[in-house]
Design a protein around this ligand. Sequence first.
Ligand SMILES: NC(=O)C1=CN([C@@H]2O[C@H](COP(=O)(O)OP(=O)(O)OC[C@H]3O[C@@H](n4cnc5c(N)ncnc54)[C@H](O)[C@@H]3O)[C@@H](O)[C@H]2O)C=CC1
Ligand SMILES: O=C(O)[C@H]1O[C@H](OP(=O)(O)OP(=O)(O)OC[C@H]2O[C@@H](n3ccc(=O)[nH]c3=O)[C@H](O)[C@@H]2O)[C@H](O)[C@@H](O)[C@@H]1O
Length: 419
Amino acid sequence: MATLGHDVVGIDVDVEKIAALNAGIPPFFEPGFPEILREALDSGRLSFSSTMASAAGAEVHFLAVGTPQSVEGDGADLSYVFGATRELLPHLSAGNVLVGKSTVPVGTAEALQEILDEAETGATVAWNPEFLREGFAVGDTLHPDRIVYGLAAGERGQRAKAQLDAVYASPLADGTPLIPTDFATAELVKVAANAFLATKISFINAMSEIADVVGADVTDLADAIGHDNRIGRRFLNAGVGFGGGCLPKDIRAFATRADELGVGSSLNFLREVDSINLRQRERVAALALAQLGTDPTGKRAVVLGLAFKPNSDDMRDSPALDVALRLHDAGVNVVSVDPAAVPRAQQLHPQLTTTTDINAALTDAEVVVLATEWPEFVQLDPTAIHARVKTPTIIDARNALAPSDWREAGWTYIGLGRP
Ligand SMILES: NC(=O)C1=CN([C@@H]2O[C@H](COP(=O)(O)OP(=O)(O)OC[C@H]3O[C@@H](n4cnc5c(N)ncnc54)[C@H](O)[C@@H]3O)[C@@H](O)[C@H]2O)C=CC1
Ligand SMILES: O=C(O)[C@H]1O[C@H](OP(=O)(O)OP(=O)(O)OC[C@H]2O[C@@H](n3ccc(=O)[nH]c3=O)[C@H](O)[C@@H]2O)[C@H](O)[C@@H](O)[C@@H]1O
């Protein structure tokens, strides 16, 4: 937002995060982010604060707090959304707009508008779902695929639209498609997009399970169906499945919300999408254990990757981490390698052995699992590392390697749904 030319205050209750940000230190790994953070701080247009009072005087208030899966079930925990809104109330002025960015169950925007109206703030809610991908947050924010506004009916919705048009003047001038709509549609657009992406991944993973049984190649299958523009090749990479802080919890929250609305059967398929996805982690861990013989205790396995995807240090619901923990629980001497996630992994999962040193990790390994397709893992030279390991077996849980290269270098190559 500061890069787009606005004066911005970022507020978070996490005082350590705020102190780090004010010092120009990003709280997460994101290529390109340290540079624009530094530029924005130096320009004087961006500052960070841990007190909500710093919101006073702003015209537009973005609400981007977490909506994690609730502890009791599959639904979204909205306590941060409602908590932050209530804390903001004393600092809102008439004509302000509260712009929802968090991913929420349909009906939340309406409930927040009621809270603003009951407190007689004169402020309006608008719902502006966020579609950025971790690892590409900077580019996705400056050049989004589309912008969606969920607007209140009537004149106040139109006023909010004008305020948002001013916020997004730069991407809109670049021709970014704009979809102004109502609250419910905007809320649904976000969860529908994530549900579709998750479904696409579980679809191809189901195909990979079938391919394994009949000796077919899911990668060729994905290429072939992906050439059909109506299907498209993106998000058809079979493997250990999707993770992260969003797709898994969003499909569960969406199915739960459909239950509450009395239309649960419409989204029953999302539960199957979830279970296909979770099955891939078991499948990969079982494949690795099968390579270690009848007693895997103390045998050395290397898992390449901890983050849920490359270019991120995020391990929320990470399939790579899950596979490593399963092997660890089975008594395997597992070493996880990751270029970005090791410091956080050491804090959160001290029982795991983690390192950034690929060569040291590979020494005497009896099985290697590629679980996160970081470029440095995909580009490993199978000939160069062959002598390091004890047993040259690679499980390519992202189908990211060229099987012939590894086999020619003397490795046993095992992909998912690849002969
Ligand atoms: N991470 C992503 O790539 C995307 C996330 N989203 C959605 O955005 C929302 C946030 O996601 P993340 O940033 O990943 O979550 P996160 O958990 O990393 O960050 C949320 C932040 O909100 C802060 N917070 C909680 N209560 C607060 C309060 N009362 N006042 C001020 N700050 C408060 C927390 O301290 C935390 O730093 C979620 O709804 C998520 O579904 C949407 C698109 C992309
Ligand atoms: O709501 C959100 O938070 C975001 O969720 C996803 O973004 P993100 O979680 O950053 O990651 P993706 O790039 O979508 O990958 C999600 C997971 O799917 C896996 N994946 C992706 C593609 C594929 O073909 N196969 C596959 O297993 C990835 O490895 C990763 O674990 C969406 O892509 C964003 O548009 C959305 O804004």
